[in-house]
Design a protein around this ligand. Sequence first.
Ligand code: LLP
Length: 417
Amino acid sequence: MTYFDWQQDSLLAENLSVQSLAENYGTPLYVYSKAAITDAFLSYQNALKDYPGLVCYAVKANSNLAVLGLLARLGSGFDIVSAGELDRVIAAGGDPKKVVFSGVGKTQAEMKKALEAGVLCFNVESKAELHRLSEVALSCNKVAKISLRVNPDVDAKTHPYISTGLKENKFGIAIDDALDTYRVAAALENIEITGVDCHIGSQLTEVTPFLDAIDRLLVLIDQLKAEGIVLKHLDIGGGLGVTYQEETPPNAGDYLAQVIEKIKGRNLELVMEPGRSIVANAGILVTQVEYLKPTADKNFAIVDAAMNDNIRPALYQAWQAIEPVTKGSSEAQAWEIVGPVCETGDFLGRDRKLAIEAGDYLAMFGAGAYCFTMSSNYNSRPRACEIMVDKDSAFVVRERESFSDLIKGESLLPISE
Ligand code: LLP
């Protein structure tokens, strides 16, 4: 079910015309669908059936407070990678006791804050981090619950920048060193071992790499058990892909059914950290065509959104569908959809066959995940406005930035004659 659908020639976001939203709120504009986020989250939640588990939404995919607040009310936990993300979860009404803290570079201050908030688990990525966490926990008289992020060395068959489960990646503890690292953890003060986790990459379109990774972790879990280290939970990370173009990823229900089949009877709670598959297709980026610039080589459509609003095409050569929000009758031609930023890499789409004119609004699909959160102010461009649609209503969930936002905290040097 998609919540961005066509009614005759007009694109709707739930029940609202995207053309009207663009006219009312201006562009570039992020539009999210509350129902789409809710459905995607519930597809995970419902797939658990009565298997004990927790869906920890990966905040980095889309950290808008309204998104986090919606998910918190649906019962979601959260996967965070910084103190800033923890603050957002708390500000949105999320429960810190349902938070797992991932990331290779947790600072002492971040550890302290997370311990005081009472997070569910630290997903530890190295021995050095384990020692630091033990010291911080001791100093604030807390016990840190931990899982080791194990790198199972499986090929996730995804873009190299978002593949994280191979030996050569910076992430996790090599599976061959995991047993030894658990022994170190077991001997450390103020550390309580509760689980094991892995995250092998993002935008995976097959279940096999996930299942292979779980197989390797189950071997480890058995070895630990033989040494008297009994784990309570298995965290399978995020990574389930979505359809941007013609990918056919499994749905959350089929995926989880296979995972549960593998681990049932083992008395292991199942934790997962999906990001993209909850929000990517719940958002679009709306932009207006400023100029059409046909040249001898290529036709450029210069739009008012740019790589600072969505860096995915420039960074990963990511492909996201682009369509006019109101279909006209002119003839389609191939266009390079580019932004105003002074970089050749500033494009949103290449060689797109579209019937467009200056002034038209275009929607870029699949823009709910890793688009706004990776946006910047490059070229002193204010960040876009974000709105959330709920049936017939639209709510501004982040105002468009202004010049004062751009220079917040900056100052001129004192004048010295
Ligand atoms: N857990 C951990 C430890 C992660 O590193 C990530 C994503 C997730 C969960 C969520 O994964 P997801 O379900 O969203 O695939 N910016 C890139 C994606 C980077 C993903 C980083 N880690 C993109 O735009 O494609």
